[in-house]
Design a protein around this ligand. Sequence first.
Ligand SMILES: Nc1ncnc2c1ncn2[C@@H]1O[C@H](COP(=O)(O)OP(=O)(O)OP(=O)(O)O)[C@@H](O)[C@H]1O
Ligand SMILES: [Mg+2]
Length: 247
Amino acid sequence: MLLETTDLTKRFDGLVAVDQVDLSVEKGEIQSIIGPNGAGKTTTFNLLTGMLSPSDGEIRFNGEDITDESSEKRVKRGISRSFQITNIFPELTVRKNIRIAVQEEYGYGWNFWTKTEDIPELEERTLEIIDYVGITADPDAEASTLSHGEKRLLELAIVVARDPELIMLDEPAAGMSEEETKEVVDLIHSLNEEYTILLIEHDIDLIMELSDTITVLANGAVIAQGTPEEVGSSDRVQEAYLGGEFV
Ligand SMILES: Nc1ncnc2c1ncn2[C@@H]1O[C@H](COP(=O)(O)OP(=O)(O)OP(=O)(O)O)[C@@H](O)[C@H]1O
Ligand SMILES: [Mg+2]
C-alpha cells in the first residue's frame, strides 16, 4: 500500500472534523474522496500533507510512519499536493515558477539571486515539464496574467516538478468550463500513467469516470468505500446525498 491511515482523527474544539478514518491508497490507482460540504475532505488532505497534526491515529507512506513528519519531509518522500493557486508566485514568469520547484528538487535550494538560467539541466527539465503538462501559455508570461485554467496547469507543473509518487488534488475542476474540465480529466488520466492520484471532487461525472476507488465521508467519518459501482449503490451514500446525484 502506498498510503494508509488508521483511525485518523482531527478534533477542533467540540467538532470532530475527521473521525477515525481508515484510508488505503494503492500504488498506481486514482482514488477519490467525496462527501457533502463540511464532510472533512480538505481537513483529511491537510492531515496527510502535514499542514495539520492529527488528534489521533496514524499515517503511513510506503510502509513508514510519517504521522509526525513535517510537510517538507513529506514532499521529499513524494507526497505532493496541488494547492488552490496559492503556491504560484504571481509576479514571476511561468518558466521561473516551475524552475524554482525544479531547483528545489535538484537540491540547488532557492534564492532570488541565484542565476539558475545558467544551469542547463534545470532549464531542460523546466521545458520538459511545460510540455508534459501541456501549458500553451507563453513561458515568459507573468503567472498573474494566465487564465484560471492555465493557472491550474501551472500549479500541476509545480507539483510534477517535485517528482512526486502521490499527487493530491483538491477540486481540480472547480471553476472550470465544461471544455476545461474535459482537459483536466485527460490530464489526470495521463498523470496517472506515472503517478498515484488522490482526488477531492464535487463533480460526480468526473469522479465516476476517473476513479478506481472512492471513499465517501460524511460528518468526518467513512460511510462507504469501494469501486464507483459499489459506492454508487450504497444506501448510506444515497442518503447522504439526499437521493440526489448517485444513480
Ligand atoms: N481550522 C479549523 N478550525 C475549526 N474548524 C474547522 C477548521 N477547518 C475545518 N473546520 C471544520 O471542519 C469541518 C470539515 O471541514 P472541511 O473543510 O474538511 O470540509 P470539506 O469536506 O473539505 O468541505 P467542502 O466540500 O465544503 O470543501 C467543517 O465543519 C469545518 O467548518
Ligand atoms: Mg474542502
